[in-house]
Every structure is written in C-alpha cells, then in structure tokens.
Design a protein around this ligand. Structure first.
Ligand SMILES: [Fe+2]
Length: 286
C-alpha cells in the first residue's frame, strides 16, 4: 500500500452545500475514488473549530448533531447520518500528545458545515468513519503544519486526510447582494478584484509547483504574501492548507505531483479551488 492522497478543499459559502458546481462534481469524484480504494476512514481539519490557549481538540462525540446552515434547504443535510470514528480519534489524540501537543477529546462537539458539506458531496450514500481535529486559535502556521505531519503516517494505513478551508476566503470582501436577494451565490457582475486573482494564482503555484519540505515552506510563506490579508481577513480558512502541507510535506513526498481538480468562484471575490496531492497507487475502474 502506498501513501493515500490528501485533499485541500475550499468549501466556500454555505450555499455550496445545496448547489451543483464543478467543485461539487469533483468532490463526488474524489469520494468515489476513495471508496473504491477502501479507505479506512477520513481525518479532517476544518476552518470553523478552534481551541483557545495551548489546546487542540479531537471530536469524540459519539452522537454529534449538526450546526444548522443558512441558505440551504434542510433536506439537503438534515437526514445525512454522521459517522464519528472514536477509536481513530483516540489514536490521533495519542499521536498528537506523543509529539508534545496539548490535546484532548471533545465529547460534546457538534459537527459544522465546513466538514459535513464536503462529506455529503463526497459520500452521498453514507459517511465513512470520520475524525475531526480542531485548529488552535493562535493560527500559527508552523503549529498546524506539525499537526498534519504528526498524523501523516496514517496515510500509509489508507486514511484519507482532508483540509477544508479556502484558497481565497474573505467574507468582508465578498459581494453578497446577489446571494442575499436572489439566492445566486455564483453571480459575478464584475470580474474578481486583482488581489483575489493574484492570491488565488499564488496558492495554485505553490501547490502545483512545489512538493515535500519545499511545499511546507512555501505554504507557510503564503501568509506573508502581500495580498494575504486581502484574501483572508482572518486566518481560519487557511489553516487547513497548513495541515495539508504537513501531511504532504515530508522528504518522502518530494516530487509528488498535485492537481487543481476544480474551481468555483462565488460572491465575485471568493475563490473555491479544489486540490488533490498525490495519487492512488494504480488506476482502477470506479
Ligand atoms: Fe467556512
């Protein structure tokens, strides 16, 4: 068994849950491929759950609820059954603790749309066993790279590691009116602004032109990009990219290709790019 691929997905607005898009088609394709390879489970870091102080948490709620989402018909997600993987959660806690993280389980955490939006599109017929790892609210990029690096060995056991955040994701710079007035999240009355185009290209360049430890350095350095603060008013939706760089940035990963499989612009300035790092060992019909 080789090393299982890793995904960095941009989940976008809540409307991405209920609407069809090229991104949703790509998520479905990635899910089908993962199921065809009999993944052990999914391990995911999102963008909506962080812990204060020195802590990081792993979801251990055996019966999690779903935080409600706006602008989505409830029948798109209410019935979907979540599948928390408590044994793997405990294992992740032990692995992270052994690396020096202050980490604990959270037995009351309800899942949020950053995670279940992706799962519903990837695995519409049923959620695989899934483990959610929180962020730390100091948003230290190197810390989150280390979280990914710590859990990286689970790729060898065919766990699918996913970061769900955003390539360009600044809620303060989005043009919300078409969505609020007409429920049209894909309306684009003008082209995206220069800073959004520039940062989106920087993200694609880093992901598709670097690998291994260079990927880790380049991804963390994106937070010093001149347009970073325009593209991300807050750091939360870029932490999952750090997690992915950690999971994909060992020397052993050097030379591994990554692809941008789809992209959906929303709300004029939000760029939802979808990436896969690495590939399945051999192609099979799915
Ligand atoms: Fe989000």
């Amino acid at each position: 068994m080789g090393l299982t691929p890793v995904h960095f997905f941009s989940h976008g607005s809540t409307m991405m849950l209920g609407e069809q898009s090229e991104s949703a088609d790509y998520w479905r394709k990635c899910g089908e491929e993962a199921l065809a390879r009999n993944i052990q489970g999914v391990i995911v870091m999102g963008a909506h759950w962080d812990c204060l102080g020195d802590h990081i948490e792993v979801a251990t709620n055996p019966n999690p609820g779903k935080s409600p989402v706006a602008y989505v018909r409830p029948d798109k997600y209410i019935q979907y059954e979540l599948n928390p993987d408590i044994p793997t959660a405990e294992r992740c806690i032990a692995m992270l603790a052994a690396e020096g993280f202050t980490v604990r389980g959270n037995p009351t955490f309800d899942w949020i749309h950053d995670v279940y939006l992706i799962l519903i599109h990837m695995f519409p017929a049923g959620c695989p066993p899934t483990t959610i790892v929180s962020m730390n609210a100091r948003y230290d990029p190197h810390y989150h790279v280390k979280v990914g690096a710590t859990l990286r060995p689970l790729r060898r056991e065919n766990y699918l590691l996913i970061g769900t955040g955003g390539a360009v994701h600044n809620l303060y710079r989005n043009r919300w009116a078409p969505m609020l007035r007409f429920r049209d999240n894909f309306a684009m009355e003008t082209p995206p602004e220069d800073w959004a185009l520039e940062f989106r290209q920087a993200v694609e360049d880093v992901i598709t032109k670097t690998s291994g430890p260079q990927l880790r350095r380049a991804m963390t350095r994106l937070m010093k990009h001149p347009q970073f603060r325009e593209a991300h008013a807050t750091d939360d939706h870029f932490m999952a990219a750090m997690f992915v760089a950690g999971a994909m940035g060992d020397w052993e990963d050097a030379g591994t290709a990554a692809e941008m499989g789809a992209e959906s612009w929303e709300l004029t300035n939000m760029c939802n790019s979808q990436f896969t790092f690495g590939s399945w060992e051999k192609e099979i019909a799915v």
